[in-house]
Design a protein around this ligand. Structure first.
Ligand code: MG
Length: 261
């Protein structure tokens, strides 16, 4: 694959994570299975701790809401009693979490519990963030050329910092000038990219965005950003038209900094 020149006016590079810096399978094959496998253990060993109590409280409120909305959730009544039967209570939470995950729910309650479990997994070294081998050396080169580097991912900023802070290549947080998640807006909405440029303090035209998803690429392009589509193993196939329209790279090393001295 031919290399692509970075426009001379680019001062900041904005990076997607899944399918761009990190294999798309990392979430599906590492992060989600971790929750499924360690959920019951996690709840039993932290049941009496405040953080876990809050997580369970939030999940129960979610279950109540689901019952009200008549969603087909597996728990039909919420046990209002103080937990006389801890095992039963834990089983209910496990059942509900597994159901939410199977249904690909994005509830705050689910995300909060998952976030706490992943934090423990990362900090204890049971999980390490996967990064493609070309990513770190290339970002270092870009930085040496004065470029700023930011992350924009649908994973929360906290989750992003865990992935890069506890990665297969160690703590990489120094490589980034800032992180954005969907609290700034959806990744398929052009407005989000305008807001990001505003926050960075430059024009959208000064930013080059790297992603694997064409709908995100389109939104960034509509906002005025320069866009490169990253082609990695396992990423979604591009249509012929998409392949023609976008500049494609299969490695960060294919980005040429000829105009940046
Ligand atoms: Mg992606």
């Amino acid at each position: 694959m031919a290399s692509v020149s970075l426009p001379a006016r680019t001062t900041a590079v904005l990076l997607d994570i899944e399918g761009t810096t990190t294999p798309i399978t990392f979430v599906k094959d590492v992060l989600f299975p971790y929750i499924r496998e360690h959920l019951e253990d996690h709840l039993s060993s932290h049941w009496e701790e405040d953080e876990c109590k809050q997580d369970v409280h939030l999940l129960k409120k979610q279950i109540e809401e689901d019952i009200k909305q008549n969603r087909a959730c597996p728990v039909h009544t919420v046990d209002q009693t103080v937990h006389t039967d801890e095992e039963k209570a834990i089983r209910e939470v496990v059942e509900d979490v597994l159901w939410q995950m199977a249904a690909d729910r994005k509830s705050t309650a689910l995300k909060q519990l998952q976030g706490h479990m992943w934090r423990a997994a990362y900090t204890s070294g049971r999980i390490r963030g996967e990064i493609y081998p070309d990513v770190v050396p290339c970002i270092k080169t870009w930085r040496e050329h004065g470029l700023k580097v930011f992350i924009y991912s649908s994973g929360s900023v906290e989750a992003q910092k865990l992935l890069f802070g506890y990665s297969v290549e160690g703590d990489l947080l120094d490589l980034f000038d800032g992180h954005f998640d969907t609290t700034i807006g959806a990744k398929v909405d052009a407005k989000s990219y305008e807001r990001i440029a505003e926050r960075i303090g430059c024009q959208p035209e000064d930013i080059t965005f790297l992603t694997d998803v064409t709908r995100e690429a389109k939104a960034a392009e509509d906002a005025g950003m320069n866009v490169l589509l990253v082609v990695r193993p396992g990423n979604m196939e591009l249509t012929e038209e998409e392949s023609r329209h976008y500049n494609l790279i299969t490695s960060f090393c294919h980005l040429q900094l000829t105009a940046h001295t």
